[in-house]
Each structure stands twice: as C-alpha cells, then as structure tokens.
Design a protein around this ligand. Structure first.
Ligand code: NAP
Length: 438
C-alpha cells in the first residue's frame, strides 16, 4: 500500500474563524485525511501576538509572527487575518509559490479580486473563498460546479446578518432603525462602527462575487449599485407590513435586457419589499439565504448561518479539503470561469416593481389624477390603497396612498415620482421602495 502524502497547511490568523479552523484540523485529522486523500498537517499559525488568549486551546509551538516564512513552506495557505495588507501580499506570495489558497476575506476580494484570480490562474493553483459569501452556506461551489450546466437568470440574497437582524427587529417590534441598531450592537450582531453593514457595503462586496460566478463575468465593486438600510423608517416597515410585505436588504444580480435591446447584468443592493409568502421573507434574525433562479433548475434556496467562527470554519474546511484533493489528483486547478462578457447595466436600466407611499389631500378626483400621471409615464399600477387620517387639532383630513406598480424601469419610475411631486394635491412622497417577488 502506498503511503499517504502529507500536505503542509499554513494558517494566517487565529481569531473567531481561524481558531475554529485550527481546532477542526487537529481534532478531525484522520477523517480529513481520509476525505482529502492526504494528511493535512497544520505547520503553523501566524498571528500578531503569539501570547494572546485564544478561543481554543492550541499547541503554543504552532504560533509565529513570521507569516512570510510560514507561507513560503506551505502546500495550502488559509488566510483568515482579514483586511487588505498584509493579507494581499501573503496570498500573492503563496499563489506564486504554487500553494493553493483558501480565504474568507470578502473585503480584499472586492477591492483586488482580479489580481488574485489572475495570479492563481497563472500559477495553475486554486484560490477558494466559499466563506466570503454567506458564511457557512455552501453557495459559491453550487453556483460554480452544480449549476455549471444550467443558465442562472437571477440571484437574490440576504447576505448580511446584521442588517437582516435590524430589519427583523423593526418588523417584529415596531422599533425605529436607531433602536434596532443599538439592540444589534448590544447582542454582538453589529460592530461599534456599523457603517460597512448598514450602508450595504459588505453586501455589495458579496453581490459582486455572486454576480461574477453566476454570469461568468468579472464584476467589480464599482459595478454594484448600493443603498443601505439607514433611511428605512418604522413607518416604512409598518406600511409594508400592512400591505402584506416585509422589507429585506437584498443583494441582487439578474440578467436583463437594457435600453437599446442589449443584454446585461444588473448588480445591486438595496432595501426591498418582498411578499410575506416569498421564501426569503421567512429568513429571520441574523440568518442568511440565497435564492437562485436558473433556466432549467427553476427556483433554489440556500439557507443557513451567515457568520460566526464555527459555521464559517465549516466553509473554510470544505474549500481546504477540495483544494487538497485536487493537489493529490494533480493537473491544473481552476479558480473561476470567466467565459462570458456580459456588461454591467447601470441602475437606470434595472426594472422592478415599486412601492410608493404618498401623503395626499383628501379631495375628489385625486386618485384619478395620480393614476393618469402614472399611465402617462408608462408605469402601470397593480395595487392602490387609500387610508384617511384626520388631524385632531386642525380637523383637516388627509389621505395616505400606497401604490404598488407592475415592473417598470428605474428611469420611468424616477420621472413618475418627480411628476407626482409637482401635483398640487400631493403633500409629500413618504417612501419609494423597490419590490421583488410579485
Ligand atoms: P478576527 O477575529 O479579527 O481575527 C483576525 C486574526 O488575524 C487574529 O488572530 C489576528 O492576530 C490575526 N492578524 C490580523 N492582522 C494580522 C497581521 N498583520 N499579522 C498577523 N496576524 C494578523 O477575524 P475573524 O472574525 O476570524 O475573520 C477572519 C476573516 O474571515 C476576515 O476576512 C472576515 O471578513 C472573514 N469572515 C469572518 C466571518 C465571521 O463570522 N467572523 C464570517 C465570514 C468571513 P491576533 O489574534 O494576534 O490579534
């Protein structure tokens, strides 16, 4: 019987995720060897401070601050330091030395992914990053491998647990955004500086990755239209609820025919109304889910924990075993297929349904005037609901109008809203939100 090969694994970072990866590598060594076809030997762990207290008890002799030397002697490198540098340089060094790299660093991939993918292709080694999108959920490999014989038409993802937690809190308790954010921070779901999450930047980085793999074309962060949730109010949520919707921050990548009849991909992140019966509406708390529509497979949904040390370590280990198997089998490794060249469409080309809230004067003929104005702009109305309010002090009545449109282009909608604002019977446009799944 031939002796099993040993592959040296360098781990960069031993924080929330890295410590769990180290634990699994040491605890499950035999099972991992059986699955990978090679023993995965943890050769060292690079950190900033070798004496820091860790979540997991690990042999002290594994720790080093010399990440560069560790990387140069490894067959497989796991980067879980986060940030841009030195992670970027260390990954490039590893790839150029012929090591396969596994990372969860979505910030780095969003900023400089193409440089890393090209370095991996050039060296003929694997660069895997399942943990970078939706934590534990196996989503990138299903898109890249399982669906490689199909055509994906649309991806809708709840890929940021912090914002899903905040919106879920607002929906279930009626809280304002600031109070729901404070609760998320108290429970450890949101960071002290929550900007990357609440402004949608983290979701945008993931949207670019999902779009690139789904449409075999490299999309960068600047191709993603991004709106966060900080402007979503308790009254938006209440009105949406009343009309049978829930508001979610969605990362969307979909194939569309833009103006001039040219096909392209719209990649965007924004708060979105979903009918309460849509499968993504049931994703509560800090959970993540990705909903895929493909020509032949139809609708698919992947659901699970989008963050956390142990769940994310599961995705890292899947990539590691897969890369090790490929090293054992030999032959060229492939990072991604960028065979397509579908252009990214600007947000103006996106078509969705819209929810529009209007505060209007309670006068005869108002509804007809508004409906006519929508028709003139080519935006057709699916639902129009009116609620009458009486101001207790002035005794003046006003009406709250809630409109859901059929699919229309952003450009047509923007022109309609501008025209509506100009009507003398409109007190204010209280909200304009996009709707999916109707
Ligand atoms: P973390 O807890 O902050 O841990 C970072 C680790 O990297 C620490 O052990 C730190 O060393 C080490 N490190 C940082 N800078 C270093 C440097 N310049 N040189 C050497 N070591 C350095 O991070 P994490 O939460 O585990 O996240 C790791 C990566 O996974 C990030 O890219 C993150 O975006 C991604 N990710 C995380 C999650 C999650 O749930 N946490 C989910 C998906 C993806 P010291 O311990 O000595 O300070």
């Amino acid at each position: 019987m031939t002796e099993m090969r040993t592959l040296k694994v360098a781990l960069l970072g031993c924080g929330n995720v890295g410590a769990q990866v180290a634990r699994i590598l040491l605890e499950d060594a035999d099972a991992l060897a059986a699955r990978a076809g090679a023993r995965l030997q943890l050769s060292g762990i690079a950190v900033r401070n070798v004496n820091s207290k860790r979540d997991v008890e690990l042999p002290q002799e594994l720790f080093t601050t010399d990440a560069e030397t560790l990387v140069k002697d490894a067959d497989l490198v796991i980067e879980l330091m986060g940030g841009i540098e030195p992670a970027r340089t260390l990954i490039l060094t590893a790839l150029r030395n012929g090591a396969c790299v596994v990372t969860g660093n979505k910030a780095l991939l969003a900023q400089d992914g193409p440089t890393l993918y090209e370095a991996a292709d050039k060296a003929g080694v694997q660069l895997s990053y399942e943990a970078a999108v939706a934590g534990a959920i196996p989503i990138l490999r299903p898109i890249r491998d399982s669906l490689s014989g199909d055509r994906i038409t649309r991806v809708l993802g709840i890929v940021n647990g912090t914002t899903n937690f905040i919106l879920d809190q607002m929906d279930s308790t009626g809280a304002q955004f600031a109070d729901a954010l404070a609760e998320a921070q108290r429970l450890g779901y949101a960071e002290a500086d929550p900007t990357a999450d609440v402004e949608g930047y983290d979701a945008a980085a993931k949207a670019a990755i999902l779009a690139s793999l789904s449409f075999h074309t490299r999309f960068a962060l600047e191709n993603v239209h991004c709106e966060g949730i900080s402007a979503v109010t308790a009254s938006d949520i209440a009105a949406a609820k009343d009309a049978g919707f829930v508001i979610k921050l969605l990362a969307i990548a979909e194939k569309l025919t833009g103006s001039h009849g040219k096909e392209g991909v719209s990649v965007r992140v924004h708060p979105t109304l979903l009918p309460r019966e849509h499968p993504l509406a049931a994703v509560r708390g800090a959970f993540n889910a990705v909903f895929i529509e493909a020509e032949n497979a139809g609708e698919l949904m992947f659901y699970g924990q989008g963050a956390g040390g142990t769940p994310t370590a599961s995705a890292v280990m899947g990539d590691l075993v897969s890369a090790a198997r490929r090293l054992v089998l030999g032959g060229p490794q492939r990072t991604e297929t960028t065979t397509g060249h579908v252009p990214a469409l600007p947000i103006e080309a996106a078509t969705t349904s819209y929810y529009i809230g209007l505060d209007v004067a309670d006068q005869p003929g108002v509804l007809a005037r508004i409906a006519q104005l929508f028709a003139e702009h080519g935006v057709s109305i699916e639902i129009m609901r009116q609620t009458i309010h009486r101001d207790a002090e002035s005794n003046v009545e006003s009406a709250e109008l809630r409109i859901v449109t059929h699919r229309a282009s952003e450009a047509a909608l923007a022109a309609t809203v501008e025209a509506v604002k100009g009507l003398d019977v409109i007190n204010s446009v209280t909200s304009v939100l996009r709707v999916e799944g109707v």
